[in-house]
Design a protein around this ligand. Structure first.
Ligand code: FE2
Length: 381
């Protein structure tokens, strides 16, 4: 595998500044996961991550072939969907990928225009624009394909006042564990196969009008054993950030390759959710049973030399396994969960930004070394 050296970053930034934003995005609307047992998975996200019950669609609402639970925490909405009958696209997705992210839905003002602007620039259609209505108004949806079997759904809900979407009813539950302080989705990372990173970087640049925020090659992100490359794409207002990872050659199997093996292709590797108080959030999530990757004490030995002055005490960081990194504008605190389902694929990141708007390269290495220790246990390194 050859290292990719190019100056596309600068070129993209320039083009981006000159271009009109043909795809204005208000933020992430929701993330839909296809899972084997939506009822139990929804319970897990309430119990373990402090999500709240929001909406439900299933047999009771006239949906015959599937069931969906919608959970929310501040601005984050997860839709958890399972099929009720054999066969069909959801079962195919499950058999191939296991539990994972199907739809990364983006909140737009015009789902028709979003579809036209992206498909005319080369996006492959997932589904054409259509509207659904009930007594609370109208939602318009359209969808384009991105890496693997993942879809970007464009959601225009400007004329809707209901709980989530037509077809859903409010999900009332007597079980409402308190939230964990999770605020919004900071970024979502895609793992793609060998030689595919630049193809998808180009997709986000040309088809969706994103710019490249930062690029790390395999010299930046290699451990003793494995390597990978990563480029971060962002939309015009910076609310949407999509890093794209590709495996690189190392002495042992790249963790991106492990993901690709178990997910059977490209897909969402992690969902990063932001908090304003990472100590409180992590303490609560741990109490709730969320498992985090272990960070060795040695990570903290020369931390201040690497990242400079920070507000937090090292001991408070190390006892929770929180990583610190810096970019030009400030620093950020982050840590990573273990995979949330059976296959070693999707996991979550908890992030608190303190000035940094981008990413530093230091934590990539720490993250990947932590994952390698897990890979070793799984026999997949
Ligand atoms: Fe991340």
């Amino acid at each position: 595998m050859e290292t990719i050296h190019d100056n596309s970053s600068l070129k993209l930034k320039k083009e981006f500044l000159e271009a009109e934003d043909f795809l204005p995005l208000n933020g992430t609307d929701h993330v839909e996961l296809y899972v084997g047992n939506a009822k139990q998975t929804a319970h897990f996200y309430k119990t373990a991550f402090g999500f709240q019950s929001l909406a439900y669609a299933g047999l009771e609402t006239g949906m015959k072939d599937r069931v969906s639970y919608v959970l929310e925490q501040d601005k984050i909405r997860l839709v958890i969907t399972s099929p009720l009958t054999p066969g069909g696209p959801i079962n195919e997705h499950l058999e191939k990928h296991g539990d994972g992210v199907k739809n990364v839905a983006l909140w737009v003002d015009d789902a028709d225009k979003s579809y036209r602007e992206t498909t005319s620039r080369g996006a492959e259609s997932s589904f054409e624009p259509y509207s659904i209505e009930d007594e609370n108004g109208k939602v318009t949806l359209s969808g384009i394909k991105t890496y693997g079997d993942t879809v970007h759904v464009f959601v225009d809900r400007s004329n809707y006042t209901g709980v989530f979407m037509p077809g859903y009813k409010k999900w009332e539950s007597h079980y409402n564990p308190s939230n964990a302080g999770l605020k919004y989705i900071d970024h979502m990372v895609g793992n793609v196969g060998w030689g595919e990173m630049n193809k998808w970087v180009d997709f986000y640049a040309k088809v969706m009008g994103f710019a490249q925020l930062v690029s790390f090659d395999d010299k930046d992100i290699s451990t003793e054993y494995t390597a990978l490359m990563s480029k971060v794409m962002t939309n015009g207002n910076g609310r949407i950030k999509f890093p794209i990872n590709e495996p690189a050659e190392g002495k042992k199997k790249s963790q991106i390759e492990e993901y690709i093996d178990f997910y059977q292709g490209a897909g969402v590797q992690h969902i990063a959710v932001a908090t304003n108080n990472i100590f409180e959030t992590v303490d609560r999530l741990k109490d709730y049973g969320v498992e985090f990757l272990y960070v060795p004490d040695s990570y903290y030995d020369d931390l201040l030399e690497r990242v400079g002055d920070i507000d937090e005490e090292i001991g408070e960081l190390s006892k929770r396994g929180i990583l610190v990194d810096r970019d030009d504008e400030g620093y950020l605190l982050q840590l990573f969960t273990k995979p949330v389902a059976d296959r070693p694929t999707l996991f979550f990141e908890i992030i608190q930004r303190k000035g940094a708007k981008s990413f530093g390269k230091g934590n990539f290495k720490a993250l990947f070394e932590a994952i390698e220790r897990e890979q070793e246990n799984r026999g997949t390194l």
